[in-house]
Design a protein around this ligand. Structure first.
Ligand code: SF4
Ligand code: SF4
Length: 161
């Protein structure tokens, strides 16, 4: 290494010594995630209409519709999605297609466990996650913002011959 390169390297070293580290002491500390990150899902169960679209679109077969207690009358079909996070690939399709926007991704990503059973969430488990992390902060977690429909456009008029 030439003297010029050595001076340059020492200069970089000194410059970086004055900067804050870019790493954090995980898991005690966590880096803030981007607003649209797709972590574990939660469910606003009381507003689920039981349409089954999330179940139909899931490419990983991670969703099963689960019958609820008939007395709860959450929706006409009395069913809501249960999610197996062993299978979920966090693609976001279910939350994107959900008509009343009740499936929300959270920023929880560290859900690894040695017990696979604990990654199977009933609709009520998903509701717990919703109440704990999302309720009142839905805007922070909506990764698929829906745009207001623009003004209606008329089809082009074709001239009569
Ligand atoms: S995020 Fe994707 S893989 Fe996970 S439950 Fe929803 S549709 Fe299925
Ligand atoms: S979570 Fe959404 S898409 Fe799934 S059944 Fe309920 S309303 Fe339909």
């Amino acid at each position: 290494m030439s003297i010029k390169e050595t001076v340059k390297a020492v200069g970089y070293g000194l410059l970086n010594a004055t900067k804050k580290p870019v790493t954090v002491r995980y898991p005690e500390e966590k880096m803030p995630l981007a607003k649209r990150s797709r972590g574990m899902l939660s469910l606003d169960l009381d507003n689920c209409i039981g349409c089954e679209l999330c179940w139909r679109i899931c490419p990983a077969d991670a969703i099963q519709m689960q019958k609820l207690d008939l007395h709860l009358k959450v929706n006409a079909r009395d069913e809501a999605p249960a999610i197996d996070f062993n299978k979920c690939i966090f693609c976001g399709l279910c939350s994107e297609i959900c008509p009343p926007i009740v499936l929300h991704h959270t920023h929880e990503y560290d859900i690894s466990t040695a017990d696979r059973e604990t990654l199977m969430y009933t609709p009520f488990d998903l509701k717990e996650v919703y109440l704990k992390l999302v309720k009142g902060k839905e805007d922070e977690y909506d990764i698929h913002k829906r745009e207001e429909p623009g003004p209606a456009t008329k089809p082009p008029v074709t001239k009569q011959q």
